[in-house]
Each structure stands twice: as structure tokens, then as C-alpha cells.
Design a protein around this ligand. Structure first.
Ligand code: PLP
Length: 484
């Protein structure tokens, strides 16, 4: 951002360029590379580490006030899609901190960025005083986003729910006094008090006083749309939105679009569906807010709106997870008044430096396009699920959910690096047990959806090898066999 010439360098520049710092970093990375290379396949716990590990897991549960979902404490080591736990066991990591570690474990390029970032004078950046890394990160994001949208500004934050809080405040202020929010059925937006009220998950707001006015809109439903015709389905949802606007005239500040639903079940929808709804929003003066916290980076374009050519519609966008630092992007028309957004921390140099490298690598690699890396991996995943279903058709009955005959048509779905499949008819109990059985066998996956429930993967496609898919599915098959 601030280019130093050798004639005009700060002391900080001289430290970063110091040969001894470079030699030190190179030596750490060399050691890391050779240790990481020792990890080549999954393995069981090291006998002498089992007991202390179990004690550490029990203590972690006590500290949290409830047991961990998986008995997982990492050792700090791994190799690509393989991660070592503190008991010496190694597993395939197909969920990556719910989508954060897209470049896997022990990626030396990201660790190099982190090492250089860690020798700055302070760890945290704030709104009042900040070093260059925060703006380099924001610049990288806005440069990418502005190619196909009107987004030009960026406010940084330390978590996805906070990025969403900022997005909501921007929409409220622009459309004051409108105070209602439209969201989709099955959406997830994070766990602050407000986001827990917007998200379509009653369990996430148990006991919270409800003080946000939310209207739920049906998401695209493949089966229903096929049955009644796509156009009639879309017209029905548009009519629903129109009736909400008629009921609460000029009271909606925004409509939140998750263009590929994450927690809700990796649900997709065609462009026509979003266009019809976004046109209603534009006509009604309702902000279009695109929540890309889960989708960012991992589909077959960097932004989900690019995959559907919707960039012109977007007023506000939130992103996080694989970006390591979180952000709210907005157009000049939505630039809020001073005082609305601030906070002591915006993030850490390490997060911004790593996030910037993540964006550069996504941009400069073969990640995107119809035959890009993410699309190719998705095809391998689909192939593995189909082969598994062909070997075990009884593991893949039609969903017996309450919403039988609606929802997702296929046992396998998602897009790019968002992958889901639906064993055991999507029954909650068996899908959750299957996740645990897979974990015990050596592959970490998670679930998503609500009736039907799916097995979900957010794998480290930035580094995963295509030839690893059969190895991963061998373990998945052993896990599912324990439940079947
Ligand atoms: C679509 C979406 N929005 C918001 C969030 C909340 O992000 P965070 O957990 O970083 O607060 C998530 C997290 O899963 C998400 O998937």
C-alpha cells in the first residue's frame, strides 16, 4: 500500500526486509515443512497420549460448561487435508473449522505471511489507530468485489455475526424508520442477540426476548417448483413478499439473501428466483443485503453473486470464514453517517495478512470457472457419493421428513466447496450419529439442514488433492456402515 523505496524506508520496513528476519523465517518454514511431511495418512491415537488427552477433553468440557461436540483438540500440526490431534491421532479434515481453513493445515505460504505479520509492534488493529495490513486486506476485498458490483467500501470486524450486525445497522440507518427485516426460511446469520432472532432456528434463541421484527420468506424448493412449475413457484413467493410489503408498508429496511444457504442445508436456487425477489426489493426501496459469510471464496466464482450475475443488485454484503478477518462491504449510497460503525478492535495483523494472501491465491490460481479447481473437486465428491449409494442403496432411502415431497431432490448437492449428501433419509438422529461415527473412523464432517438433515463437507479445496477423494470416502463408508 505504501511502497517504500530504498531511499525512504521506515524502521518497520527495514525490520521486515532484514536478512536475519528472512533467514529466521526460512528456517522455521523449513522445519515446519519437514515435520508436516511426517503426516501422510490417518492414524489412531498414540498410546501414551490417550489418557492425558481424555483428561484435557474432560477439562475443556468443564471449562465450557458442556462437553465438546467432538473430542477435538488439535496438536497444531497437519498436512493439507490431514490434521493431527493432541493425542497423536490423524484425521481427514473435511469441515475445516466450519469453512475457515480452506488452505488446510500447515500451509507454508500462509504461515510465512503470519510470521512476518507477527513481528509488528502490536497485535491488534483498531478504528482509531491501525497499521497498513488492515487496509491492504480491505483493498484486496474491494478490488475484487468492485469488478462486478457497485460495492466500494469496506468495514472490518472480528466475526461473521459482527459483520452482519454492521450490515443491519447500515440498512436500518439508510431506510429509517423502517425496522422490519425479511429473511429466508432456514437462514442462519450468527449468534448475537439480534442475529439469533433473524436466523431461522428456534433453538438458537431460547430464552431471548424477541425485539426484532422479522418476516420469513420461503426459499426456493426444487421439488415444489418441479411439481407446480418454476414460474408459478416463483410467482407464489413474490406474491408472499408483496403481501408482507402491503401489510407493513415502507417498514422493511432490508431483505437478507444467502444465495446458497449454508447451515440451512446447502440449498441452491436459480437466478430467476432471486431476480424476481430483488426486483420487488428495488421497487419497494428495500436494501438487498447478501450474506456471503459461508459462500465467500468457495464456489466457482469468488463471490456467490458472481455465479448468478447479480452484482448490480447488491447494496450491502457481509463475508467471513475463509477470509480470516470479517467484513461488511457497501455501496456509496449506503455509506453510513459517522459514529454508526466502530469498535476497539477490527482484527489482528496476522488475520489481515493471511486473509489478503487467501484472496490473492484464490484470484491468481485455477480455482474458478466451470472446469476450475472447485468445480472439479465437486465433481469428484458427487462421483464418490453416487458410487457409495450404488454400493449401499439401502443407506439412501427417500427422506421421511415432515416436509416429504419438498426440499432437495437429489441425495447429493451444494456447489464448489460446499458439499452435502443425505444418507438415512435425512433423519436427524441417524445423520448426527453418522457424523460421530465418521469422526471416530478418522474423517471430520458435520451436518446441515433441518429435516432433512444432511452430512456436510467444507473441505480444504485450496490444497486438497483430487486423488484423495477415494481415500476420504473409504473412511466415510466405514463410518456410515456403523450406523446402517
Ligand atoms: C451465512 C452465515 N452468516 C453468518 C454466520 C455467522 O458467522 P460467525 O460464526 O463468524 O459469527 C455464519 C456462520 O456459520 C453463516 O454461515
Amino acid at each position: 500500500m505504501i511502497q517504500a523505496s530504498s531511499a525512504a524506508m521506515t524502521v518497520g520496513d527495514r525490520l521486515r526486509q532484514s536478512p536475519s528476519v528472512h533467514t529466521g523465517v526460512a528456517s522455521i518454514l523449513g522445519e515446519l515443512r519437514s515435520r508436516s511431511a511426517e503426516i501422510r495418512d490417518i492414524r489412531a491415537a498414540t498410546p501414551g497420549l490417550r489418557e492425558p488427552y481424555e483428561a484435557a477433553i474432560a477439562r475443556a468440557g468443564e471449562l465450557r460448561g458442556r462437553g465438546l461436540y467432538y473430542p477435538y483438540i488439535g496438536s497444531g500440526m497437519g498436512n493439507g487435508a490431514l490434521v493431527e490431534l493432541a493425542d497423536g491421532s490423524v484425521k481427514w479434515d473435511m469441515i475445516c473449522g466450519i469453512g475457515v481453513h480452506f488452505f488446510g493445515h500447515c500451509d507454508t505460504d500462509l504461515i510465512e505471511a503470519a510470521l512476518f505479520a507477527s513481528i509488528e509492534d502490536v497485535v491488534k488493529h483498531g478504528n482509531l489507530q491501525t497499521n497498513a495490513a488492515a487496509f491492504q486486506f480491505a483493498d484486496a476485498l474491494v478490488t475484487e468485489a468492485s469488478r462486478e458490483s457497485r460495492l466500494r467500501h469496506c468495514f472490518l470486524s472480528t466475526g461473521g455475526a459482527l459483520a452482519n450486525e454492521n450490515a443491519l445497522k447500515i440498512c436500518y440507518q439508510k431506510h429509517a424508520p423502517a425496522s422490519r427485516v425479511m429473511v429466508f426460511k432456514d437462514c442462519f446469520m450468527g449468534r448475537t442477540n439480534t442475529m439469533a432472532q433473524l436466523g431461522d432456528g428456534p433453538a438458537y434463541r431460547q430464552g431471548l426476548p424477541l425485539n426484532v421484527s422479522v418476516d420469513y420468506v420461503p426459499f426456493y424448493d426444487e421439488i415444489a417448483a418441479e411439481r407446480m412449475g418454476q414460474k408459478r413457484f416463483i410467482d407464489m413467493v413474490v406474491a408472499h413478499v408483496a403481501s408482507l410489503i402491503e401489510r407493513y408498508p415502507r417498514q422493511h429496511a432490508c431483505f437478507v439473501f444467502e444465495l446458497l444457504q449454508g447451515e440451512g442445508g446447502f440449498n441452491t436456487a436459480p437466478r430467476e428466483f432471486f431476480v424476481a425477489l430483488m426486483d420487488v426489493c428495488k421497487a419497494g426501496g428495500i436494501a438487498i443485503w447478501d450474506d456471503e459469510i459461508q459462500t465467500f471464496g468457495r464456489l466457482d466464482r469468488m463471490f456467490a453473486y458472481e455465479t448468478l450475475d447479480l452484482g448490480d443488485y447488491i447494496d450491502v454484503l457481509s463475508l467471513g470464514k475463509m477470509s480470516h478477518a470479517c467484513a461488511t462491504l457497501f455501496t456509496p449510497e449506503y455509506n453510513p453517517k459517522s459514529g454508526l460503525l466502530s469498535g476497539t478492535f477490527t482484527g489482528e495483523t496476522v488475520s489481515f495478512a493471511v486473509g489478503t494472501r487467501v484472496i490473492e491465491r484464490l484470484r491468481d490460481s485455477d480455482a474458478y470457472g466451470a472446469d476450475g479447481r472447485h468445480a472439479r473437486h465437486h465433481r469428484h465428491f458427487v462421483e464418490q457419493v453416487r458410487a457409495l449409494a450404488a454400493r449401499h442403496p439401502d443407506w439412501f432411502p427417500a427422506p421421511k421428513s415432515a416436509l416429504l415431497q419438498t426440499g432437495a431432490k437429489d441425495i447429493v448437492g451444494g456447489r464448489g466447496g460446499m458439499m452435502r449428501f443425505t444418507p438415512f433419509g435425512g433423519e436427524k438422529d441417524r445423520v448426527l450419529k453418522a457424523c460421530h461415527a465418521c469422526y471416530d473412523e478418522g474423517v471430520i464432517v458435520f451436518y446441515c439442514g433441518h429435516d432433512p438433515y444432511h452430512l456436510r463437507m467444507l473441505p480444504p479445496l485450496g490444497v486438497m488433492r483430487e486423488e484423495d477423494w477415494p481415500r476420504v470416502f473409504e473412511v466415510v463408508e466405514r463410518g456410515l456402515a456403523r450406523i446402517a
